[in-house]
Design a protein around this ligand. Sequence first.
Ligand code: ADP
Ligand code: MG
Length: 329
Amino acid sequence: MKIKRLPPDVAMRIAAGEVVERPVSVVKELMENSLDAGATRISVWVVQGGRVSLVVEDDGRGIDEEDLALAVESHATSKIASLDDLESIGTLGYRGEALSSVAAVSRLDIRSRTGDSSSGGRIKSEGGVISSQGELNCKAGTRVQVDDLFFNLPARRKFLKSPVAEMRRITKLIQEYSVAYPEVSFLLYGDTKLVYSTPGSLDRGAVLERLWGDEPKVRSSQGERGNYRVSLWWQEAPRTSRISLMAFVNGRRIDEPTIKAAIASGETNSSGNWAVWIETPPDEVDVNVHPAKTEVLFRHGGDLFSSVKDCAMSLQGDRRPSNPPSLPL
Ligand code: ADP
Ligand code: MG
């Protein structure tokens, strides 16, 4: 068999498929950009589970009109400039690949205006090819609209779940971000109906109570070990053995099986809803493991494990009555 170079547009679509797995990945990338831009209010509209259309609008810093074309190019970012910056990443994004990936596999429309400029700009692209660009009068902030996701990647479009199932993933993601950023107001609309919202004025525990309900009571504890500061919230679920967990490190949602293991390693029943908030110096954690950035590496994983375990056990300890009832003989 001869080896042939793939045409660049095919290579680009294949690579884009790694960043953008399904509609929820688009929402994640766009919302992270809004958060990196300092937004205090983020609105998300989803049509047909994101198969037809997805819009994320924020009131953040905005993009200069002359930078719009660069923003949709791959490996173009305002967040890092050199390899050294990877040692201490303070933003959610840094790869400069999200907008270009989304652009490659959709019809994209970005409108943006920075706070200090009197007019904004708009750029449209189809399958990564810019189709129009110009000045636009719009409000400060950024609005990104993604239509016909995977229209040019039929193999991936086939794997999309029903609109209801895709919407469920998007709702869960936005709920998790609303826990991570209680100071930001999130609004989620599904096919024009308001599905979820937060006011942006609650503390983290109050957002969790909104999500989980306040019965049984949500308990919290804090702990510190080495370079890891951990806050934990727990709502007991006595009738199941299931642990449902959302975990964040430095404001980033992560999938971290060892955190679940740390919670479960205590001697008492740990079933129920858990939220784990970890703060650590940026150089303690390597997020550059996978394009989706939900898999991370910790420099001193043992300290983190112990800290989470201690916190979990102190919470579970709270639950026990101070005078245990005496056993019948
Ligand atoms: P990254 O977030 O990794 O830098 P992206 O492809 O997601 O890469 O975005 C490219 C650039 O476009 C960002 O670095 C940022 O400068 C700009 N940008 C994207 N979305 C927004 C937004 N909502 N508000 C302000 N700037 C944005
Ligand atoms: Mg980004």
